[in-house]
Design a binder for this molecule. Structure first.
Ligand code: MN
Ligand code: MN
Length: 487
């Protein structure tokens, strides 16, 4: 064989391999395309109001208040179950001020099911204990009980803000939000100086700061009148709180007060590729879902629902958590109002069974600094779009809802058809740890559900990181799901 013929043969083989590779293999790509100026602008512009929303909403209650305002501005009305619902109607129902369902009514028979996107709006934080206030060594402090999965050492020597509600004797609600405005004081949990930390530094990271050491410094000026006054530092703060907000120590017992990082949402990186902020888990999915719902163009075929849950970080229990029957109850009342008559039990079940849901929660983005806990083949990556997780759970998938192959395929095919990029991955290496989401609770009712969401770095920290392109593409994806799923 001549050299020329040999070269042609080699070229042919290469081409065949290239063809086969194109046809047969599959991988997920980074989505940033700096040549597409229009898209770059859309991505950057989308994230500015998102950052503002994160600053405005550091608690589940604040996110509900914010959502209600946004929904009101965009033509949504509080759901009145005594009134009929028609295609195009936009409604919402807040649930105990800490969870929310919003819907755009479609033209399809409700028994054919709804399209739901569910996310949670609670985030890991420190809650005040019911009897929190004390003084020690001339300092006034608050006792806390942490909420959700935190690394306690991340919460010391940081500026902190106090958010929450205090219910007065007469039933009035005082909303507390201190540490966010530039003129506000902040609060903090003290840490030990390195000079005296020899023993502390030998401890395991989980014990470096213990739960009972998460005490928030809130004051140091005593009540006037001299040293003979009992607990004068505590009294100094109580009199200030009473003057400014009108509540006393008794009112604190029933209050819900959360300690959160005082940091603002910021662009991260010289190129501003990321949003860094507290509480992106899972307000990142709540915000994108809510925006997608609001931006839906009528007419819609299947009724679209955004369900925002509380208490995901503590296992979804309680009246505002995803296990609460309140959520399917609101959905049933919507079916009744759309039908204009009392539906039978089996009809209500038809609605649930035929409904489809994206259980939207953050995923873990591959972090090259900590590769040992992640399977690079089955991890999600910042910048590669919305991430689907067929299953979650721990160990042998304990606690997962594990979406059916048919449903996983149906959803991803829809995304493919709409040209919406997506990726998939699971939460770390097998047996490395794990976690769960709200998916299982709707799946238990008989709904088709799959997990998906935005990959984040530094999850559950005081400053979580998400790629802006993923935030934007998630919004686009939810919108397509509402408009096109089974429509
Ligand atoms: Mn979450
Ligand atoms: Mn979480």
């Amino acid at each position: 064989m001549t050299d020329v013929k040999k070269d042609i043969k080699a070229d042919e083989a290469m081409n065949r391999a290239e063809e086969a590779r194109k046809q047969l293999t599959f991988s997920f790509k980074n989505l940033w395309n700096p040549d597409n100026e229009e898209e770059m602008k859309a991505v950057m512009d989308f994230c500015e109001p998102y950052k503002a929303a994160l600053d405005a909403c550091k608690t589940e209650r604040e996110f509900v208040d914010y959502s209600v305002d946004l929904l009101d501005e965009n033509g949504f009305k509080p759901f009145d179950p005594s009134q009929p619902l028609s295609p195009g109607d936009r409604i919402y129902e807040a649930i105990h001020g800490k969870a929310l369902i919003a819907a755009v009514i479609g033209s399809a028979d409700p028994l054919e099911g709804f399209n739901l996107v569910g996310a949670h709006i609670d985030s890991p934080r420190l809650d005040l204990k019911t009897n929190p206030l004390y003084e020690a060594s001339d300092l006034t402090l608050l006792k806390t009980h942490y909420y959700g999965g935190i690394k306690k050492y991340q919460w010391v020597a940081q500026p902190l803000a106090i958010h929450g509600v205090v219910i007065l004797k007469n039933g009035d609600v005082v909303k507390l939000r201190v540490g966010e405005d530039p003129g506000d004081p902040v609060f903090t949990i003290t840490d030990l100086l390195p000079h005296l930390a020899a023993d502390q530094m030998q401890k395991k990271a989980s014990e470096v700061i213990t739960g009972e050491e998460l005490n928030v410094l809130i004051g140091g000026i005593p009540f006037p009148g001299g040293e003979d006054i009992k607990e004068r530092f505590k009294l100094g703060i109580l009199s200030l709180l009473y003057d400014q907000y009108g509540f006393n120590e008794r009112d604190l017992v029933t209050a819900e007060i959360e300690i959160v990082p005082a940091v603002k949402a910021r662009c991260v990186g010289f190129d501003r590729a990321f949003v860094g902020a507290y509480g992106q888990d899972d307000r990142i999915c709540a915000y994108t879902a809510l925006k997608a719902l609001i931006d839906l163009d009528d007419p819609l075929k299947r009724t679209a629902l955004v369900v925002l849950y509380d208490k995901e970080e503590t296992g979804s229990g309680g009246v505002t958590g995803a296990r609460s029957q309140l959520f399917p109850s609101v959905q049933r009342r919507m079916v009744r109002s759309i039908l204009g008559r009392e539906p039978s039990a089996i009809e209500l079940h038809d609605n649930i069974e035929n409904s489809t849901m994206l259980s939207s929660d953050v995923a873990v983005a591959f972090d090259p600094t900590f590769p040992s806990v992640l399977d690079p083949l089955n991890s999600t990556y910042a910048g590669r779009g919305i991430a689907f997780a067929k299953y979650t759970g721990r160990g042998g998938k304990g606690g997962t809802s594990d979406a059916n192959a048919e449903f996983f395929n149906e959803v991803t095919r829809l995304f493919d058809e709409c040209g919406i990029p997506w990726q998939t991955g699971e939460l770390g290496k097998v047996d490395q740890g794990g976690g769960g989401t709200v998916a299982i609770f709707q799946a238990d009712l008989g709904m088709s559900v799959i997990d998906c969401g935005v990959p984040v770095l530094s999850m559950h920290s005081c400053f979580e990181i998400a790629s802006k392109i993923d935030i934007y593409m998630t919004y686009i994806g939810y919108k397509a799901f509402f408009e096109k799923m089974r429509s």
